[in-house]
Write a protein that binds this ligand. Structure first.
Ligand SMILES: Nc1nc2c(ncn2[C@@H]2O[C@H](COP(=O)(O)OP(=O)(O)OP(=O)(O)O)[C@@H](O)[C@H]2O)c(=O)[nH]1
Ligand SMILES: [Mg+2]
Ligand SMILES: [Zn+2]
Length: 319
């Protein structure tokens, strides 16, 4: 049987199919083709499973993904898929508490593989500063859809419903921006628990702890746990440029084919930044992400896992 993963906690996956829902484990604990990844399955994955009772089953295979939202998990030392097979990644931000962070948005764009990103500014009942507004305009100019809403007052929600209609959308963002509040406001029922924002640190309290797919009739939302930062997935660094579409007009003019626009000579992208044609903060974001990808170039044998580190510590105490 074929179904979609709605939720997964402690390696037990809720799989929905036409016949209903089944709680499934992975047959034999390892899924083919998922060895190098942090987690074999993500919410949104299509899977084959065999029912073992009316309510339980065993997952035998994962269908190829048409796209995903993926981050680098530094602790696990592997790419981690947060959601798969969505029509849209909605990067939820807030005006204040927590404050709008453009570099966070840049990372969300870079973590989205083959899926469009909608930038959703929540809490528009609160004021936003001029600089953030300019950045949102910049995203619009780059071709990203940008919407302002308020889960609290309902402002902009009709427009958002229109955009979501017929789609499956993953809501991602920092803790406390109001992802779960938006799910509740959009569905008109309390489907997800919400939490407040810490006054001391002006950030959320990680209320949502696991991704969950919510069927809202006209559309489907995947609510995800808030994070402080997304590390960008590790792969060919050239692929990172798709998250910076403003480079494309200039990169053919770079001296070296495959230029990463970092310290290469005669780089047309760098010249465009210096000439004020590319936003320097976006370029700065790009360089920081590029730099973080270099960690991967350390050969595996030089990178120790946490366990090896603690073992090494024990050994040195002994000697
Ligand atoms: N003023 C205002 N507050 C809002 C709005 N939407 C959500 N909030 C508040 O923001 C806080 C955090 O909301 P949540 O929905 O729990 O945030 P979240 O993004 O799901 O957070 P995590 O689950 O921790 O990732 C709550 O106190 C909400 O009441 C809004 O549009 N305006
Ligand atoms: Mg939440
Ligand atoms: Zn270049």
């Amino acid at each position: 049987m074929r179904g979609v993963v709605e939720r997964g906690v402690n390696n037990i996956f809720t799989v929905r199919c036409e016949e209903g829902r089944y709680l499934c484990r992975i047959k034999g604990k390892v899924l083919a083709d998922s060895n190098s990844e942090y987690n074999p399955l993500a919410v949104g994955d299509l899977v084959d499973f065999m029912p073992v009772s009316d309510t339980e089953g065993l997952i035998t295979a994962r269908a190829p993904r048409r796209n995903c939202f993926q981050r680098w998990n530094p602790k696990g030392d592997a790419n981690q898929t947060i959601v798969a097979n969505t029509d849209l990644v909605v990067c939820v931000c807030s005006t204040q508490s927590p404050p709008f962070r453009p570099n966070f948005v840049d990372r969300v764009i870079a973590c989205s593989r083959n899926v469009p990103v909608l930038i959703l500014l929540n809490k528009c009942d609160q004021a936003i500063d001029e600089q953030s507004l300019r950045r949102l305009e910049l995203y619009r100019g780059l071709g990203f859809q940008v919407l302002s809403v308020s889960a609290l007052t309902g402002e902009g929600l009709e427009v958002l419903r229109g955009v979501l209609r017929g789609k499956t959308a993953a809501f991602v963002g920092q803790s406390g921006v109001g992802k779960s509040s938006l799910v509740n406001a959009l569905t008109g029922t309390v489907r997800q628990k919400t939490g407040d924002v810490s006054e001391k640190y002006n950030r959320g309290k990680h209320t949502t702890t696991a991704s969950a797919m919510i069927d809202a009739g006209e559309f489907t939302i995947i609510d995800t746990p808030g994070v402080r930062e997304f590390s960008v997935w590790h792969d060919d660094p050239l692929l990172l440029q798709s998250a910076f579409p403003e480079f494309a007009a200039y990169s053919p003019g770079c001296l070296y084919p495959g230029c990463l626009h970092d310290s290469e000579p005669d780089c047309a992208v760098k010249k465009a930044v210096d000439g004020g044609l590319i936003d320097p903060d976006r370029y700065g974001s790009y360089l920081r992400i590029l730099d973080s990808l270099k960690d991967e170039k350390v050969p595996l044998w030089q990178r120790r896992t946490k366990k090896e580190h603690s073992n090494a510590g024990k050994n040195s105490q002994r000697s």
